[in-house]
Design a protein around this ligand. Structure first.
Ligand SMILES: Nc1nc2c(c(=O)[nH]1)N[C@H]1C(S)=C(S)[C@@H](COP(=O)(O)O)O[C@H]1N2
Ligand SMILES: [Mo]
Length: 305
């Protein structure tokens, strides 16, 4: 019997040709019935068998800029690329506020003056269990923090995305409480791996990736990487972050990538690298444990998810 696939299955979930053929060989060899249960089990077996040490290859530009989460432009993965043309990344003002010596409203080009832009190739792991490898252009968040001099009372840093439904039409819908807000402990923010990105693949950030300025914290789930930042505030108290406000049982403040702490609705043990078929194991702190593990010594990572 020929079973037709409904046309609305995303192509990423279709079986690529070579695997499909191997699957048939496997089924023939083992005498397994080609039932619907056989394939997930086989895929899991293949994932376990296929070496754990797979390379990290750059995710193609088309995926980095065409498969996005940016709910201000819609909740579908291709909505941001289609809709974000309404965002105007210049002129752009960033407000520095709260517990620091130099609060104020800064034009972004003034803020970036004298800053050296470097390339950082980082893994990016979304809490939804897919991942990419992205060549960002940016600078250490610590550079900006040192410039504006937090006071001794500052223990946290909060970031806010632009609130403007004219430029961000998705903000007319109540899918999230707007504007999008994120935060870090100040010592996390000062870690050299945490960057503010202004570009990707050597080009200015496309709007859908968070132009003109977005956070990248590679050892944390992607939702910590807040886009299109207009405000940075230093605080004594832990700020609340948007996804934690929206679903406190599912998303915490820390959001460190951790294969052993599952999301209440799915496992975090494995992930699908965009462009690959078999899932790969999720790495502790997204593979940056050696660099950042000390930040969490003595912290219960299960409670502080
Ligand atoms: N303002 C804002 N920032 C955001 C989001 C969002 O919806 N709004 N999505 C987050 C999520 S869930 C992820 S995985 C990353 C995706 O970044 P990318 O599209 O550049 O890969 O952006 C994060 N930053
Ligand atoms: Mo995400």
């Amino acid at each position: 019997m020929l079973i037709r696939r409904p046309p609305d299955i995303p192509s990423s979930e279709l079986t690529p040709e070579p695997l499909y053929l191997r699957r048939r060989e496997f089924i023939a060899a083992t005498g397994l019935a080609a039932g619907s249960l056989a394939f997930p089990a086989l895929a899991r077996a293949l994932e376990r068998a296929s070496g754990q040490q797979r390379e990290d290859r750059l995710t193609p530009w088309e995926d980095v800029t065409g498969y996005n989460n940016f709910y201000e432009f819609g909740t579908g993965k291709d909505d941001p690329a289609e809709n974000a043309h309404t965002l105007r990344p210049r002129p752009w003002t960033v407000e520095i506020a709260g517990e620091c010596a130099r609060p104020g409203r800064y034009d972004i080009d003034l803020l970036l003056r004298g800053v050296t832009i470097e390339e950082r190739v980082y893994r990016m792991r979304c809490v939804e269990a897919w991942s990419m490898v992205i060549p960002w252009n940016g600078f250490p968040l610590a550079t900006l923090i040192n410039r504006v001099q937090p006071t001794p009372r500052a223990r946290f840093i909060e970031f806010t995305t632009l609130l403007d439904p004219e430029q961000m039409p998705g903000q007319r819908r109540g899918v999230l409480p707007w504007p999008y807000v994120e935060g870090l402990r100040l010592d996390e923010a000062m870690h050299p791996l945490a960057i503010l990105a202004t570009g990707v693949y050597g080009r200015p950030l496309p709007n859908q990736n968070g132009a003109p300025l977005r956070l990248v914290v590679p050892w944390k789930y992607g939702f910590k990487g807040i886009k299109s930042i207009v405000r940075i505030r230093f605080a004594a108290e832990m700020p609340r972050n948007t996804w934690n406000v929206a679903a406190p049982d599912e998303y915490g403040f820390y959001a460190n990538v951790n294969p052993e702490v599952d999301h209440p609705r799915w496992s975090q043990a494995r992930e699908r690298r965009i462009g690959e078929f078999l899932r790969r194991p999720t790495l502790m702190f997204n593979g940056y444990a050696e660099q950042v593990g000390h930040l969490y010594a003595g912290l219960d990572l299960r409670r502080n998810y």
